[in-house]
Design a protein around this ligand. Structure first.
Ligand SMILES: C[S@@+](CC[C@H](N)C(=O)[O-])C[C@H]1O[C@@H](n2cnc3c(N)ncnc32)[C@H](O)[C@@H]1O
Length: 385
């Protein structure tokens, strides 16, 4: 029956004997036409063809019946009709239903007061600290030359903007320092470091790590948005990285803390997940936007009891994050009075954003064919003149 609502179809395909590869190639050609009709291939899988199993299974979505009719009538598809009859022995096509995305609980936009959101986030990060103490591989620090992978990557970039080309002897403030792996690494590189985080549990783990690593670090328990008032000193470098500002609702206030923490002539460094990456559906079979790139003040609410390191689960699964486009990130730093001295974008991440990401030197990345389609990280260096 004709319908004007979106339709999902499941297609089972059996090839004629010895023609499985030819059938797959024919399907490659017709699947390539789907986007011309507003349709998407949701999933494609290959069967063994044994015991009446299909050789191929496809699931695709059309915006409406007219789009499906347009695809079926596409002359480029019709031209291949003889090839279709040559290679395909049997087709079964039937309507299917995709599970509805749980919009309210998976990145859905919600109005929530900052204090309530922050309390939920802090409970979640307190839970994660214990899990990450087991899963971060802290025993690596028993080697006195060991530095975290993040600092190993960031240090050459950061130091290229420092007067002496080194952080040795400089006062460094590490915002959102978590369990201290990067903070201790900065201390090992010779800096005098203060780590700031709002999770007491994370800072206790960080302190144990510093002791184990023989590093001297000051830990300050504070919201990053109140960091200036909480930390006594002024700094040559303010550093923050990987998993930071999506936890904050107010970047102008964040940037004002950074400016005020820096000595005149001081340097700010951030490397983090790119907001264009965060707009993507991490579970989609292709690069597909799902979440807001531009924020509207509302938080994205997540219910997820897993964490990015190890298999453990947290008791406090609900968290809130805020999307921040590049214009807002850069704009907040400029409005606070900082001067941008470096901007870069990267194609690898130190954590697996999507199950489709592959292991590469330097972390994780999209499969090679997609690696140039979207940035994974951005890096900004800015200066307080
Ligand atoms: C993803 S971790 C940072 C990770 C760090 N790059 C690492 O791998 O160790 C995020 C950290 O931000 C902290 N955090 C989140 N919101 C915060 C806030 N409003 N003020 C201070 N710290 C906050 C959390 O406690 C957590 O330790």
């Amino acid at each position: 029956m004709p319908t004007s609502s979106p339709m999902t179809l499941c297609c089972l395909l059996w090839a004629r004997p010895g023609l499985v590869a030819d059938m797959n190639a024919y399907e490659d050609a017709v699947i390539a036409l789907l986007p011309n009709h507003g349709a998407t291939l949701v999933q494609r899988a290959y069967g063994d063809g044994g015991a009446d199993h299909p050789h191929e299974v496809q699931l695709y979505s059309f915006p409406d019946q007219a789009a499906l009719d347009g695809y079926l009538a596409d002359p480029r598809r019709r031209e291949l009709a003889d090839e279709r009859d040559r290679v395909i022995a049997r087709t079964e096509l039937f309507p299917a239903t995709l599970p509805a995305p749980a919009a309210e609980t998976h990145g859905g936009d919600v109005d929530i007061d900052w204090e309530a959101a922050r309390a939920a986030n802090r409970d979640n990060w307190d839970d994660r600290a214990a899990l990450h103490e087991q899963a971060y591989g802290l025993e690596g620090f028993d080697d006195p030359d060991y530095l975290s992978d993040v600092i190993r990557e960031d240090l050459p970039v950061l130091t290229s903007f420092l007067t002496d080309g080194s952080i040795a002897g400089l006062d460094v403030c590490h915002l959102q320092c978590h369990i201290g792996t990067d903070t201790v690494s900065l201390a090992r590189a010779g800096a005098s470091v203060t780590g700031v985080d709002f999770s007491r549990a994370a800072l206790r783990t960080a302190d144990r790590l510093a002791e184990r690593a023989g590093a001297s670090v000051r830990w300050v328990e504070s919201d990053v948005l109140d960091a200036r008032a909480a930390v006594e000193d002024d700094f040559d470098v303010v550093y923050t990285s990987i998993g930071t500002i999506t936890w904050l609702n107010d970047l102008d206030r964040w940037a004002e803390q950074i400016y005020a923490l820096l000595k005149p002539g001081g340097t700010f460094f951030i490397r983090d997940g790119h907001p264009a990456l965060y707009a993507l559906d991490e579970n989609a079979p292709t690069l597909t936007t799902r979440y807001a790139y531009f924020g509207d003040g509302r938080a994205q609410q997540w219910d997820d009891d897993s964490t990015y390191a190890g298999d453990g689960t947290v008791a406090h699964a609900r968290t809130y994050e805020w999307p921040h486009p590049l214009s807002e990130i850069i704009g907040s730093l400029l409005r606070a009075g900082l001067r941008l001295t470096h901007f870069d974008e990267g194609k690898t991440l130190p954590w697996r954003f999507s199950p489709r990401m592959v292991d590469v030197d330097g972390g994780f990345a999209w499969p090679e064919a997609e690696r140039n389609l979207v940035p994974c990280t951005y890096t900004i260096v800015a200066r307080r003149d």
